[in-house]
Design a protein around this ligand. Structure first.
Ligand SMILES: C[S@@+](CC[C@H](N)C(=O)[O-])C[C@H]1O[C@@H](n2cnc3c(N)ncnc32)[C@H](O)[C@@H]1O
Length: 231
């Protein structure tokens, strides 16, 4: 069962301050003309604004709880998002689209190169020739690890998180707690050269790797925003 089910209702208040990526993905969606497939659509933080802009969205997620919240959010906004329960490695999508996105580090839920390869190859398969796959991931800096390791921090009022970093295994075990519920999830990170090699092996040409959603170049900091194209 998905670790996100337990925090489906908590997810939006927990991620309330994460807004910097919405305009970026919206711009990519507009540019593509749609339809857009979002892998790991969650509660529709990105998908609903895209649909509200008139671009058709198909959203895939393994958490039925997150999809329920997403459906509610879409209804409130008066838009339709085509939601499908499924895995990133085998998305239940037969349509071919000009843009596949995987925002907010969802790819870090993949722990092995084999799983990453399956997601990347599936994303490629969904794209029309020349279509783009756009996603963001991170690799933590030593300072962030030192500052947060094994400490409960109040991320939003009444919502706490604890990050336990394993620098050798390059994994983060994140526990989120609030409003009488709690969940723990495991994330695994890679460096830019490893992402690049995986992407190229899966048949993508890299158009850009930005360091932030303002499209500033990646300079070795934590965030990587990849724009890739199906070759
Ligand atoms: C960090 S959230 C991102 C949600 C949304 N994209 C956003 O930007 O707010 C990660 C999402 O990926 C989903 N997810 C994690 N592992 C998955 C898998 N193997 N297959 C499908 N969805 C998965 C989770 O259920 C969750 O909704």
């Amino acid at each position: 069962m998905s670790s996100y089910n337990a925090i489906a209702e908590l997810y939006d208040p927990w991620s309330a301050s994460v807004v910097e990526d919405v305009g970026f993905y919206l711009e990519e969606a507009r540019r593509s003309g749609g339809p857009v497939v979002e892998l790991g659509v969650g509660t529709g933080r990105i998908a609903v604004p895209i649909a509200a802009d008139g671009v058709q969205v198909i959203g895939v997620d393994s958490s039925s709880g997150m999809l329920e919240v997403c459906a509610r959010r879409a209804a409130l906004a008066g838009v339709d998002v085509d939601l499908r329960v499924g895995d990133l490695r085998e998305p239940p999508v037969t349509e071919r689209v000009p843009l596949v996105i995987c925002p907010f580090r969802s790819l870090l839920h993949m722990h092995t190169d084999e799983d990453r390869r399956r997601v990347l190859e599936s994303a490629r398969e969904l794209l029309v020739s020349g279509g783009r796959f756009v996603f963001d991931v991170f690799a933590p800096g030593a300072k962030d690890i030192e500052k947060t390791h094994d400490r409960w921090l109040e991320r939003e009022p009444g919502i706490f998180e604890r990050a336990v970093w394993d620098e050798e295994a390059r994994t983060l075990t994140l526990t989120v707690r609030g409003e009488g519920t709690e969940t723990t999830m495991a994330l695994a990170w890679l460096g830019p050269d490893e992402w690049r090699a995986l992407l190229e092996r899966a048949g993508f040409e890299i158009e850009a790797c930005y360091g932030w959603f303002d499209r500033s170049p990646y300079k070795g900091d934590e965030d990587m925003v990849w724009i890739t194209r199906r070759t």
